[in-house]
Ligand binder design. Structure first.
Ligand code: ATP
Length: 241
């Protein structure tokens, strides 16, 4: 990342995301009832569980999108140690831009932009000029097997191609951790396998961590470890370390 947003004093070390005691309620509904989870550098972790078990809430707490009612999330990267839960919204939003990448089911790509413009956007938001951002973006598109499709708008791509554009976009800023929520939910099984391979290769293959929320056992099987939630608690796979 360019500049460390308020790191505390710990020395730089390999990226790792450590959550302890996460509790989050929405009115009377308890989404997380005390979750501890650790994601090591270069590790891929699937989060599984029935609908309503708290998967997306956990992912959002880990990524600093949602602040838990209690508990802590700490990210350690080469840039420093970040108290994700202790930061204000401005700090968390900067952390999300600079240290985290996101891939969602629908990709959240901007349909009016081309593939290369979508991938270049996060770089331009962190200060790169258009020419160098698009050059880096084109490199990521090629890495994900999309060379030649740079100028296509998102609607002119297949679902699998669009998800690979979303994966490229999540990588451009050098994210330490990539979060994916049902990244293959809209794809057939063959395309899903290809997209998961691309996602894993471009993240853990480069030492980044990957956290994937999925209902699909075949997607989870491609991750190094699966954490299972039931009623806001981890029931299996608490930590490999
Ligand atoms: N913004 C919100 N407002 C109110 N309740 C919420 C909100 N987000 C989640 N919840 C509730 O918290 C619980 C956990 O939701 P969450 O979306 O984390 O589960 P999930 O396991 O991801 O479910 P699904 O697989 O259906 O997406 C559910 O009871 C849900 O209704």
């Amino acid at each position: 990342m360019n500049t460390a947003p308020s790191p505390d004093s710990a020395p730089a070390s390999a990226p790792a995301l450590v959550a302890t005691g996460l509790v989050k309620s929405y009115g009377p509904s308890t989404a997380l009832a005390g979750v501890d989870v650790r994601v090591a550098a270069g590790e891929s972790v699937a989060i599984m569980g029935a609908s309503g078990s708290g998967k997306t809430t956990l992912l959002h707490c880990l990524a600093g999108i949602v602040r838990p009612d209690s508990g802590a999330v700490v990210l350690t990267t080469g840039s420093g140690r970040f108290d994700v839960t202790g930061m204000d919204e401005t700090g968390r939003s900067r952390l999300r831009r600079e240290e985290f990448g996101f891939v969602f089911q629908q990709g959240l790509l901007l349909p009016e932009l081309t593939a290369v413009e979508n991938v270049a956007l996060p770089l331009m938001l962190t200060g790169s000029d258009r020419r160098s951002a698009e050059s880096t973006a084109a490199g990521w598109l090629a890495d994900l097997g999309l060379a030649g499709l740079e100028s296509r708008r998102i609607g002119e791509l297949s679902g699998g191609q669009a998800q690979r554009v979303a994966i490229a976009r999540a990588q451009t800023t050098g994210a330490s951790v990539v979060f994916a929520d049902e990244p293959t939910g809209a794809l057939d099984s063959v395309t899903s396998a290809e997209v998961m391979d691309a996602l894993i290769r471009s993240t853990t293959g480069r030492g980044r961590s990957l956290v994937v929320v999925t209902h699909d056992e075949s997607v989870a099987a491609r991750c190094a470890r699966t954490v299972r939630l039931a009623d806001g608690r981890i029931v299996d796979g608490v930590s490999a370390r």
